[in-house]
Design a protein around this ligand. Structure first.
Ligand SMILES: NC(=O)c1ccc[n+]([C@@H]2O[C@H](COP(=O)([O-])OP(=O)(O)OC[C@H]3O[C@@H](n4cnc5c(N)ncnc54)[C@H](O)[C@@H]3O)[C@@H](O)[C@H]2O)c1
Length: 439
């Protein structure tokens, strides 16, 4: 490192300390803080599973001078499984995570965040409010996965931390990657330009065969079992309407430039009824009403063998649109004549674009991304949908976002008890629409 760069590095460390002390003075206002390409940017990953590992690869693939310096996970075996392929591909020069910087357990995130300039937050969504709040408090640049919480209590914390992040000018990119996918960007821009008039209705879907199950193993405490099989417990996952369908619900909010004011729906457990299926539903159908009266129908289901559908359609006063992560973006007028058809050849990988754009901003010392508030609103919309399907009642935005129900366990420890426990036969209670009170 030459003198100029080591001075920059010292300035960076000094100003980071000032940020955490509450002063808004940080290197992200300084154009070219890392522009020389010779100064390393330290990265930590929190949650070293599929997405955490994938996001580290994408960070390295940006080609910037990044060093992975810390990893944190609830489980040591997950760190090992993630570390090995990252080290194999990028080498010890880029992957400098000795034993003392592999942090394990519920509090592991705090130590890892301290060591980094930039953090990847990819634990199950129930922990996102803790991890995001701490990252903002410590003044870090952030990539975090969706969803950003599993209940309204968590959403309120994320919204508060998002405000703080804005004040500190911390870039925050959220893995709602359709916002970084060319067909969505180009097509929704045309919708907002009025090419199909005002949007008056829509349908958004995530229907597929479902996801993994981690069966209970002998010797696991209840806490360890739920953590390993996190998809099936609401405090960790939020149900698949939140964990997965948030992507499509987020597109509806993006197109409508806001969130709905109420939700009404139905749902249940038709095919997923085993002991390892926890408490979540396998299907939800919700109508979301927006403040201008627009109704968007949302459907998600996990039925193996049934027809799959993952996409979004909207109707405007002058035409309609079809969008999908398979790179479609087709606008038609009311006679069915094509107005725009996105060229699928030109699409870049949105998971890579998220990192290309985030890291370019960081390297240039620019403040460009504040995704957390939108992500909190889209996550909250999906949670409102869950409140509607679980209760069978009409749920308004105001009552949903002000709900005091906190799903997180009182204590996070391997021998502590989560709030939802199995009955003597090993089955978990789940919501019964019409009977269940969600708040
Ligand atoms: N944007 C996308 O398309 C996309 C795709 C897949 C997953 N995701 C999201 O990414 C997140 C992670 O999903 P995944 O598929 O990688 O799951 P995963 O189970 O593979 O990884 C999660 C990791 O977090 C760890 N973990 C659990 N509690 C933790 C804690 N308190 N602190 C630190 N680590 C903890 C787990 O042990 C595990 O290693 C989820 O929010 C998921 O919704 C997004």
């Amino acid at each position: 490192m030459n003198n100029q760069n080591s001075n920059r590095r010292r300035d960076f460390i000094k100003t980071s300390a000032l940020v955490t002390g509450g002063l808004i003075l940080q290197p992200w206002n300084i154009p070219g803080a890392y522009a020389s390409g010779t100064d390393e940017i330290k990265l930590a990953v929190i949650g070293c599973g599929g997405r955490g590992t994938g996001a580290v690869f994408q960070a390295f693939e940006t080609g910037h001078n990044i060093k992975l310096v810390a990893m944190a996970d609830a489980f040591r075996d997950r760190i090992d499984k993630s570390y090995e392929p990252i080290l194999d591909k990028y080498g010890a020069d880029k992957v400098d995570v000795p034993e003392e910087r592999k942090f394990v357990g519920f509090d592991a995130y705090k130590e890892a965040i301290k060591l980094a300039d930039v953090v990847i937050l990819a634990a199950p969504p129930g922990f996102r409010p803790d991890h995001f709040e701490e990252s903002v408090k410590q003044g870090k640049q952030i990539f975090m996965e969706k969803p950003v919480a599993t209940d309204a209590a968590g959403i309120r914390r994320v919204l508060a931390a998002a405000e703080e992040a804005k004040k500190k000018k911390l870039n925050v990119v959220v893995g709602l990657q359709r916002h970084y996918q060319d067909n969505y960007r180009e097509t929704i821009k045309r919708i907002h330009d009025g090419q199909i008039g005002d949007i008056v209705g829509g349908q958004v879907y995530w229907n597929d065969g479902g996801v993994w199950v981690n069966a209970r193993q002998p010797g696991q405490t209840e806490m360890e079992y739920q953590m390993r099989n996190w998809y099936y417990f609401n405090w960790l996952c939020g149900d698949h309407i939140t964990e997965q369908h948030v992507h499509n619900i987020d597109v509806a909010n993006w197109v409508k430039k806001g969130h709905p004011v109420k939700a009404y729906g139905t749902g249940g457990r038709q095919v997923r009824r085993g002991k390892d299926h926890g408490e979540i539903f396998d299907h939800h159908s919700v109508t979301f009403t927006y403040d201008d009266g627009t109704v968007i129908f949302s459907e998600c289901r996990h039925f193996p063998g049934a027809a799959n559908r993952v996409d979004e359609t909207f109707q405007g006063t002058n035409g309609s649109v079809y969008l999908s992560a398979g790179n479609h973006g087709i606008l038609t007028d009311r006679s069915g004549k094509e107005l725009y058809n996105h060229d699928r050849q030109n699409n870049r990988n949105p998971y890579q674009v998220e990192h290309d754009e985030l890291w370019a901003a960081i390297v240039e010392g620019e403040y460009k991304f504040a995704d957390a508030e939108n992500a909190a609103h889209s996550t909250m919309t999906s949670i409102m949908g869950r409140y509607a399907t679980y209760s069978g009642k009409v749920v308004t935005w105001d009552e949903a976002i002000n709900s005091e129900v906190d799903l997180m366990p009182e204590t996070l420890a391997w021998d502590a008890m989560p709030r939802v426990l199995p009955n003597e036969d090993g089955y978990y209670p789940h919501a019964i629409p019409g009977k269940t009170k969600v708040f």
